[in-house]
Design a protein around this ligand. Structure first.
Ligand code: ATP
Length: 310
């Protein structure tokens, strides 16, 4: 009994943690064997990305608790092959968009479509196979680095893993470690910085090569130079191919170049448009968030200058 319950408990814990964060789980664990509440409908078919990954939320209402709605009748379209930013105040439901799309939860009302196929009618496994995620917190397993990156695509060769790491700008760091690719990471393993972990997540996604990509911007893991480097990298590697990419962004400058910005607030889509369209709205929410973030940056710079002068 002990032998059986231990891994099940462990997987249960992992599942709960994974469900909460934006994690690319299908390649990490086969969740269906862990027992998710959500099952395929008998008529479900594999996802066919006939339009290249267009995502549509149609009149979606959702709350984790019935008395606390997160989305109220929300509709939006994320066009295929475009870069889209989802922004809004903390807790507005940015990560929830992803959790619904991955079917960790189901909307109370409304429908979600990918290339015209409703999520209900898509086999869960194929849905999750087509979506890649660079989460805020990259889970590393107690195993070596080579294996950790290979989780992106289990049949990738060592050379493919190393090439993905090179593109994600993390191979030099790995090769400077005493055990190089064989370095054990994860629990009780070598400490890896948040930035390096996120680069490994980029390498995993490069191996997976999905049509739809979610990037969950870290709030604190990266310092700004590392962040700028990482974003440049992502633009050059992941986004050099046509794929629908959705950025959940805290720093608006990360997504200012997006083809579309969706601004969420109080359960609604408050605004949507490009950066310049949203900046043109005198009393717009995006514009006020942008001004606020710039003000904060200026204040921080002034403080630094004052500290330098002192
Ligand atoms: P942030 O910018 O702070 O990362 P967010 O916009 O991504 O936030 P979500 O993570 O989507 O917000 O959460 C939306 C709301 O739902 C928050 O108020 C959060 O506390 C709540 N919430 C999230 N997950 C759960 C859950 N599993 N059970 C209950 N409430 C939850």
């Amino acid at each position: 009994v002990f032998q059986l319950s231990l891994p099940l408990n462990f997987l249960g814990t992992v599942y709960r943690e994974l469900r909460q964060s934006l994690i690319d789980m299908d390649t990490l664990f086969n969740l269906q064997s862990v027992g998710t509440a959500i099952k395929d409908s008998p008529t479900a078919k594999p996802l066919a990305l006939t339009k290249g990954g267009e995502i549509r939320f149609e009149n979606v209402s959702f709350g984790y608790h019935p008395d606390r709605p997160i989305f109220r009748d929300v509709s939006f379209t994320i066009p295929a092959g475009k870069k889209v930013g989802i922004v809004g105040p903390s807790g507005c439901g940015k990560s929830t968009v992803f959790r619904l799309l991955f079917r960790f939860y189901e909307p109370g009302q409304g429908k979600i479509f990918i290339d015209g196929q409703e999520l209900h009618d898509i086999e869960l496994e194929s849905l999750r196979r087509e979506i890649g995620v660079v989460p805020q917190e990259t889970p590393l397993f107690h195993s070596d680095i080579l294996h950790n990156i290979r989780y992106g695509r289990l049949d990738a060769t060592d050379d493919e893993v190393k090439e993905a790491a090179r593109l994600a700008n993390v191979s030099k760091t790995i090769e400077s470690l005493p055990d190089k690719w064989q370095t054990k990471v994860g629990e009780r393993g070598m400490m890896i910085s948040g930035g390096e972990k996120q680069r490994m997540a980029v390498a995993r996604v490069l191996l997976k090569d999905p049509k739809i990509l979610f990037f969950d911007e870290a709030t604190s893991a990266l310092d700004s130079t590392t962040e700028v480097d990482l974003m440049r990298n992502i633009n050059q590697t992941l986004l050099s191919k046509a794929r629908t990419s959705i950025f959940i962004a805290h720093r608006l400058k990360t997504v200012a170049d997006a083809d579309l910005l969706i601004v969420l607030k109080d359960g609604y889509v408050a605004e949507q448009g490009t950066h310049s369209q949203l900046m043109a709205r005198e009393d717009g929410l995006y514009r006020s968030m942008w001004d606020q973030q710039n003000e904060m940056i200026h204040e921080q710079l002034e403080e630094l200058e004052e500290a330098d002068d002192a």
